[in-house]
Design a protein around this ligand. Sequence first.
Ligand SMILES: NC(=O)c1ccc[n+]([C@@H]2O[C@H](COP(=O)([O-])OP(=O)(O)OC[C@H]3O[C@@H](n4cnc5c(N)ncnc54)[C@H](OP(=O)(O)O)[C@@H]3O)[C@@H](O)[C@H]2O)c1
Length: 268
Amino acid sequence: MKVSDCKLGFVGFGHMAQVIYQAIEHAKLIPRSQISFIQRDPGKMKQNEQKYGLTSTSLERLVETSDLIILGVRPQQAHLVLEKLPPGKPLISLLAGVKIAYFQEHLGSETPILRVMPNIASAVGEGMSVFTYSPQFPEEIKSAAHLIFGCMGQVMEVSEPLADIACGIAGSGPGFVFRLIEAMARTGEKEGLSYETALKMAAQVFVGAGRLVAKGSLPETLIQQIGVPNGVTVAGFESMRQTRVDEHFQEAILAAAKRSKALSQEIK
Ligand SMILES: NC(=O)c1ccc[n+]([C@@H]2O[C@H](COP(=O)([O-])OP(=O)(O)OC[C@H]3O[C@@H](n4cnc5c(N)ncnc54)[C@H](OP(=O)(O)O)[C@@H]3O)[C@@H](O)[C@H]2O)c1
């Protein structure tokens, strides 16, 4: 199946699903006429039909006409949808923490399931999507999924036992970085910069630092390079050491991973 021939159905068309649709549309990967969606609220479906020029439909019709379904409901909402899906139809789940076994309990062990943990930076083509496949996942759908999620950033694959920690780092990570950017900007503001100026500085710092590491420089090397003895940054490093910032940050990531693990036990 060529990705451009793929008929795609979004079950749940909230924030994340719309980000994915917009990236597909921007990359001209799949013609709009081959994409349909469904939400709970008919009013929102009408609005999104107009906004995106897409067709909303019934769940039955969506299932019938789609080669591939992207499930974008919240984890707690999943069972209501899964009850109505037939076995065998390849499913891409965006649901944080929900294991492949859960889907296969509802849809049968032969149904190909791809768990994807995308993140909010997909909206600007800088996303990090982490894939976990059910066994014997069809290669051609794998390739199509790589093209779909590749047009909104990077894609990595992990085995399912590592999906929760990947969720803590890649799925929730932007949230933690937003907190840090906000803290930097508010500090600048307190010290006399305008909030807007400090925010711009802080955001570019994360873009630049992230890009250096993404291009292959190791954080450890960069830390040494920037940490001139008795210099300005070293004073900050010392404060970070005393307040154990790194450990606290690790705890936040582990808390998110733990929550991801717990979610699979909470849903029906
Ligand atoms: N947001 C993120 O950054 C992010 C990152 C990674 C993964 N995720 C995962 O992506 C999923 C969606 O998150 P979100 O932020 O996009 O949530 P959201 O904005 O609340 O979207 C959920 C969508 O599901 C629809 N829905 C709920 N029950 C339905 C049903 N029975 N039939 C059809 N549609 C139904 C809702 O319809 P209405 O619009 O009519 O209410 C809504 O469009 C979650 O499972 C989350 O774990 C999100």
